[in-house]
Design a protein around this ligand. Structure first.
Ligand SMILES: Nc1nc2c(c(=O)[nH]1)N[C@H]1C(S)=C(S)[C@@H](COP(=O)(O)O)O[C@H]1N2
Ligand SMILES: [Mo]
Length: 331
């Protein structure tokens, strides 16, 4: 009975409500998985859901540390960056990805890059790490749910990969797609685990945004390869946009003529726009975007509220991309 309806508000509530709901269900001895599956599959999923495979520790990476990308900002501690996540393919709770994504197979991972390009290519994740010099960059990160972090990513500019495939003059946008593998990503086959989103998760950027020097393909965090819950082995980082633009575990990048779809925009177009630029002056229909909870070294109950900055503090670098555009209309 739940299969074919569109997501409702209840599917798209901020994390505090999910936690609350989860706690009530747990108190009743009901977990998400038990509600929607036949017996055998239920038992299967439950044993899997208890975290059969703990995440392997990340491998150390070699990278430079350019001073221009090392601002003096207090970092969010590593255990919070890797323990408080949104990755609905592995569950809706902030702790679910770390508990449930450990088995994601990233060896031999391939990314296909094609579409409006002269030289389409499929690259192995090891090719990528070898071919593109890695840098550590400390970026602000702002989720649309009004929490924020400061994260030391390791990666390389997306522009380098795009130049490599030689875009044609028709290339106006870049489309991204996450792995589609319901066996590995149970949220893709169960709407109680995955929130009823359309999978695979997809995202898109305008070409000038994709070529902007801030736009990163990250392969690591805190000096090591990305843990599964953060989008191993490769994910997008656009620090002036809300977190949901930062698509994880990418398998396909396609250059296109038309604006590509994006998952949260499809789910609730009045709440999540294509641009998703961080903007304290344009509220979400159900909450203010004027301030945010910074997740730092304090306890989770003792988080600081701080004002949200236009373009998440990167206005001097990116505002010119949107000259003449109404940011309220193009949210
Ligand atoms: N494939 C995929 N990518 C995703 C998501 C997701 O659910 N699935 N969640 C997005 C959201 S809402 C946020 S805030 C960031 C969280 O990234 P982090 O867990 O590394 O902080 O990932 C984004 N990328
Ligand atoms: Mo988010």
């Amino acid at each position: 009975m739940y299969k074919h309806r569109n997501p409702t508000e209840a599917d798209i509530t901020p994390e505090s409500l999910f936690h609350q709901r989860r706690r009530i269900l747990q108190a009743l001895g009901i977990t998400a998985a038990t509600l929607s599956l036949p017996g055998a599959a239920r038992a299967d999923l439950l044993s899997w859901f208890k975290g059969a495979a703990p995440p392997a520790p990340g491998k150390p990476l070699s990278f430079s540390q350019p001073t221009m990308w090392h601002p003096n900002l207090p970092l969010t501690p590593e255990d919070k960056v890797t323990g408080y996540n949104n990755f609905y393919e592995f569950g809706l709770d902030k702790a679910d990805p770390a508990a449930n994504a450990g088995g994601l197979k990233t060896e031999g991972w391939k990314i296909q890059i094609d579409g409006e390009v002269a030289k389409p290519i499929t690259l192995d994740i090891d090719d990528i790490r070898r071919r593109f010099p890695l840098e550590e960059r400390i970026y602000r990160f702002r989720c649309v749910e009004a929490w924020s972090m400061v994260i030391p990513w390791v990666g390389f500019p997306l522009s380098q990969l795009i130049k490599h495939v030689e875009p044609t003059s028709n290339a106006r946008y870049v489309a991204f797609q996450t792995l589609l593998d319901p066996e590995q990503m149970p949220g893709q086959k169960d709407r109680f685990i995955g929130g009823g989103l359309d999978y695979p998760y997809v995202e898109g950027l305008r070409m000038d945004e994709a070529l902007h020097p801030l736009t990163l393909l990250a392969v690591g965090v805190y000096g090591k390869t990305l843990p599964p819950q953060n989008g191993a082995p490769i994910r997008l980082v656009t620090p002036w946009k809300y977190g949901f633009k930062n698509i994880k575990s990418i398998v396909h990048i396609r250059l296109t003529r038309e604006q590509p779809p994006s998952t949260w925009n499809l789910a609730a177009p009045n709440e999540y726009g294509f641009y998703a630029n961080v903007n304290p002056n344009v509220d979400h229909p159900r909450w203010s975007q004027a301030s945010e909870r910074f997740i730092g070294s304090g306890g989770l109950l003792n988080v600081q509220r701080q004002p949200t900055l236009l373009f998440n503090g990167y206005a001097d670098q990116v505002a010119s991309l949107y000259n003449g555009m109404d940011l309220r209309e193009n949210f």
